[in-house]
Write a protein that binds this ligand. Structure first.
Ligand code: GUN
Length: 284
C-alpha cells in the first residue's frame, strides 16, 4: 500500500476562500472587520516565524491585525494590563498570546486574563472545560485543524482507535476531547507510557507530536493506518516532522507531509475562530 498524501495546503486554501466570502458579507452587512491581536514576548525565532505567518494570513483575509512585542524581561503585570485593554477594544475580536512564554511569567494567569469571548486560541480554562463537556466554545487550532482535515478528506473518526503521542494543552489534551466528542476511542501516550510502540502499532489513526525526527518508523505503524504528523523539526536547515515519511508512506493509507500538512490548517483555523468571534460579537 502507498498512502495518499493529505494536502494541508490545499484544504487550508479552500477554507481560506470560505473565510474571505464570509468576511466580505460581515463587512458589507454589518460594517464589522474581524480583528486579531497577537502578543509575543521575547525573541524565540520559531515564535517570530509563527507570528509573521498570522500577520500575513490576516492581511490576505483583510482582517484587522495588531501585534504587540515585549522583550524577554517583560513583567507579568504589563502583559495583563494590555490584555485587559484589548478585552475592551471593539476593533479586536481575538487575542492570542504566542507560546512558549519566558519562564518567569505565569502562563496560566496570563491566558486566564483573556476574555473567553476573545480566546481564539481556545486555551482559556473556560473554553477548555467547555470542550471537555462537549459544549460550544473556541477549540484550539491544531486539534480543530486535524479534525477538519480528516472530515474534508472523508475520513470517518467514529469508532476508530486513535493514538495520540502528546499530552500538551495545545495538542494532546484538546485533541483527546475533540475526538471523544466525535465518537473515536482515544489513547493518549506520553513520556511515562510503558510500551509506546505497542499502543502505536494498534492505532487506526496515529497522531504524533513528539518533536523528534523519525520518531515514528514503519515497524510501529499498522498496515493501512492514517498517520498525522504534527511535529515540526529542523534538520540541517530543512523542516521535517516526527514520521519517517518515505517508509511509513509504504504502509499507511493516508499520511500528512511536513511541511504542508497540519501546519497550514492550524494557521487557518485560528482565522476561522477570529471570524466566529467577530460574528458572535454582533449578538451581544
Ligand atoms: N505556539 C505553538 N503553537 C501555539 C498555539 O497553537 N497557540 C499559541 N498561543 N502558541 C503556540
Amino acid at each position: 500500500m502507498v498512502a495518499e498524501i493529505l494536502d494541508g495546503k490545499q484544504i487550508a486554501s479552500s477554507i481560506e476562500n470560505e473565510i474571505i466570502e464570509e468576511t466580505k458579507e460581515l463587512i458589507e452587512k454589518y460594517g464589522v472587520t474581524p480583528g486579531l491581536a497577537v502578543i509575543l514576548v521575547g525573541s524565540d525565532p520559531g515564535s517570530q516565524v509563527y507570528v509573521n505567518i498570522k500577520k500575513k494570513t490576516s492581511s490576505r483575509l483583510s482582517f484587522h491585525f495588531e501585534d504587540y512585542l515585549f522583550p524577554d524581561t517583560a513583567k507579568e503585570e504589563e502583559i495583563i494590563e494590555l490584555i485587559q485593554r484589548l478585552n475592551k477594544d471593539d476593533k479586536i475580536h481575538g487575542i492570542l498570546v504566542q507560546l512558549p512564554l519566558p519562564k518567569h511569567l505565569d502562563e496560566n494567569r496570563i491566558l486566564s486574563a483573556i476574555s473567553p469571548e476573545k480566546d481564539v486560541d481556545g486555551l482559556h480554562p473556560l473554553n477548555m472545560g467547555k470542550l471537555l463537556l462537549k459544549q460550544e466554545g473556541f477549540i484550539p487550532n491544531t486539534p480543530a485543524g486535524i479534525l477538519e482535515m480528516l472530515k474534508r478528506s472523508n475520513i470517518e473518526v467514529r469508532g476508530k482507535d486513535v493514538v495520540i503521542v502528546n499530552r500538551s494543552k495545545i495538542v494532546g489534551r484538546p485533541l483527546m476531547a475533540l475526538l471523544i466528542n466525535n465518537d473515536a476511542t482515544v489513547t493518549v501516550c506520553h513520556t511515562k507510557t510503558k510500551d509506546i510502540k505497542l499502543h502505536m502499532s494498534r492505532a487506526d489513526i496515529l497522531v504524533a507530536a513528539v518533536g523528534i525526527p523519525n520518531f515514528v518508523t514503519a515497524d510501529m505503524v499498522k498496515e493501512g493506518a492514517i498517520v498525522i504528523d504534527v511535529g515540526i523539526n529542523r534538520v540541517e536547515g530543512k523542516l521535517c516532522g516526527d514520521v519517517d515519511f518515505e517508509n511509513v508512506r509504504k504502509k499507511a493509507s493516508y499520511i500528512t507531509p511536513v511541511p504542508g500538512g497540519v501546519g497550514p490548517l492550524t494557521a487557518i483555523m485560528l482565522m476561522r475562530n477570529v471570524l466566529l468571534a467577530a460574528k458572535l460579537s454582533l449578538k451581544k
